[in-house]
Design a protein around this ligand. Structure first.
Ligand SMILES: Cc1cc2nc3c(=O)[nH]c(=O)nc-3n(C[C@H](O)[C@H](O)[C@H](O)COP(=O)(O)OP(=O)(O)OC[C@H]3O[C@@H](n4cnc5c(N)ncnc54)[C@H](O)[C@@H]3O)c2cc1C
Length: 255
């Protein structure tokens, strides 16, 4: 449980980022699901409710998701279902509906959880994030940046990418033991593993080989050579390496 000295509800993004950066104990609150599990003395708790960030919109060439959109909205939104049904499916795997009604996409991506089901999908599509202080970055670049006090206020996913996703969980509601997202556009393939148990990893050599029309066996071999897998309570590195081929075969056949 956390304690809060004051609660603020800014009416502009500028005001929100100024409030956040005015003290190192300040925090933004999304759905509050993860914050609630931490023991923390928060100075100012900053709500994003007044900023209109709870919308999903589209332009001719991209889908825009506000940082305060709930996971449940992503799962059920017609724009997402039309362009990225695999993202809706990936989100539907997370815990249960009550939790997904609360948890928000901005928090989910900004927190860079290694177990994320969402981040591999975004990397596979070549999505970008917009940060109030640091600016705009590809999700891939964002994952390598130092952590800083910032607000993720928008995610932009380019259209024209066919996304597929699969995962293995020991039980419903658990974290993935491994997940895989593949994005295919007219000029490239992006193969991304998550919950390795480390964070999302873009398998560049395997992706290039898949783009050049190499066989499943050749691409699987490259995946096993280049993607680092680790061991935790859910699975060993050896099992994950094996599973990487199984998930790839599932998605390969599904396409
Ligand atoms: C029990 C449990 C199981 C889970 N299982 C999975 C899973 O299997 N797969 C998966 O992908 N995810 C999983 N999650 C993570 C979940 O999907 C959410 O990502 C998580 O709850 C954070 O969302 P929230 O809105 O509750 O964030 P909060 O608790 O409100 O915030 C979390 C952190 O993000 C910061 N923050 C909030 N909003 C923003 C923003 N817009 N910009 C910058 N920083 C921000 C907060 O200051 C805080 O540090 C799980 C979470 C829980 C609690």
């Amino acid at each position: 449980m956390y304690t809060v000295r004051s609660y603020v509800r800014p009416e502009s993004l500028n005001e929100a980022i100024t409030e956040l950066r005015s003290g190192k104990h300040n925090r933004v609150v999304g759905g509050g699901v993860f914050l609630k599990m931490q023991h923390r003395a928060i100075g100012k708790l900053i709500s994003l409710d007044g900023l209109g960030l709870d919308q999903i919109t589209e332009t001719e060439d991209s889908v825009h998701i506000g940082g305060a959109v709930s996971l449940r909205e992503i799962e059920t939104n017609p724009i997402i279902l039309e362009h990225f049904p695999a993202l809706s499916y990936a989100v539907s795997q997370i815990v249960g509906v009550q939790m997904r009604n609360l948890a928000q996409i901005g928090a989910s991506v900004f927190s860079r959880y290694g177990f994320s089901d969402i981040i591999p999908c975004l990397v596979a599509t070549g999505a970008k994030v917009k940060l109030a202080h640091a600016g705009e970055f590809s999700v891939e670049a964002f994952l390598t940046m130092d952590r800083d006090w910032d607000i993720l206020y928008e995610i932009i996913i380019p259209k024209g990418v066919t996304l597929s996703y699969d995962n293995l969980r020991q039980t419903n509601g658990d974290f993935s033991s491994l997940n895989l997202a593949i994005g295919k556009s007219s000029d490239q393939v992006r193969i991304v593993y998550g919950a390795r148990p480390m964070g999302a990893f873009l398998a560049e050599q395997a992706s290039a080989a898949a783009g050049q029309g190499k066989t499943l066996e050749q691409v699987t071999q490259l995946v096993k050579q280049e993607v680092p897998f680790g061991t935790n309570l859910r699975a060993s590195a050896k099992y994950r390496r094996h599973l990487a081929g199984v998930l790839l075969e599932h998605l390969w056949e599904a396409e």
